[in-house]
Design a protein around this ligand. Structure first.
Ligand SMILES: [Zn+2]
Length: 114
């Protein structure tokens, strides 16, 4: 690893981090067959390249990508809305928190049979 955290995180670095996190949760002798990765639409990454790195790093071919739409929640009225409707279409408030859209996580993994 390079010192510090790079400004532009490459697909290879992201893949390595995701796989390290996944392996930490799996029994050491499990043979991984595939997994699903959720990528928020606000995550600035080359998805095809990331999937390539994940396949290569994990030694599996079954990598499924689930894109997650960005969603804000209004801090004043609680309405949820996509970023392009900002400010809040219900009450007009610009105070909002991000509910989804910036995640990058492995949501499911499955082992090879037998
Ligand atoms: Zn509102």
């Amino acid at each position: 690893m390079k010192p510090g955290y790079p400004e532009a995180v490459t697909p290879a670095v992201l893949a390595a981090e995701l796989l390290a996190g996944l392996r930490a949760q799996l029994p050491p002798d499990v043979k991984l067959a595939g997994f699903e990765v959720a990528i928020g639409e606000l995550v600035d990454v080359d998805v095809a390249a990331l999937v390539r790195e994940l396949r290569a790093g994990a030694g599996v071919v079954d990598v499924q990508v689930k894109r997650v739409a960005a969603l804000y929640r209004c801090l004043d009225c609680g309405a949820e809305y996509p970023p392009e409707e900002s400010p809040c279409p219900v009450c007009g408030s610009a105070r909002a928190e991000l509910v989804s859209g910036d995640e990058l996580t492995i949501t499911r993994a499955w082992a090879a049979p037998g």
